[in-house]
Design a protein around this ligand. Structure first.
Ligand SMILES: [Zn+2]
Length: 122
């Protein structure tokens, strides 16, 4: 049985132009006509355009996941694929290769914008 996907729309508020996800509460009371800029679903995995595969690591919530680091740089830390979270934001999880453990929490890469690749900037 296929798991139902929790669909998410990313819009721009018609009043102030700020991006929001239709799953977020803060924009629900706004009476503007938003511009829908992207459609996605919770858990969608994107790819790194400039990442190299390091190998799979077990993550406490995600299970066994491939991790990546920025091509052409020393490999001190590796990151999971960018993933769309429940609020339409792209997040990645960082594994510290020196300490041998995952860093707490996730790194926020901003709202999904319809582009399925992210670029390492660090
Ligand atoms: Zn609005």
């Amino acid at each position: 049985m296929e798991k139902t996907k929790n669909e998410i729309q990313i819009g721009l508020c018609g009043k102030d132009g700020n991006p929001f996800a239709n799953t977020e509460n803060w924009h629900k009371k706004c009476d503007c006509t938003p511009e829908i800029v992207a459609e996605t679903y919770e858990g969608k995995a994107l790819s790194w355009s400039n990442g190299r595969e390091w190998g799979e690591i077990h993550h406490p919530q995600l299970g066994k996941v491939m991790t990546y680091w920025k091509e052409g740089t020393p490999c001190y830390s590796t990151y999971t694929s960018p993933i769309v979270d429940v609020d339409g934001c792209i997040v990645t999880y960082k594994f510290d290769q020196d300490e041998g453990c995952w860093e707490e929490g996730s790194i926020d890469l901003g709202y999904y914008n319809g582009i399925d690749t992210c670029k390492f900037g660090y």
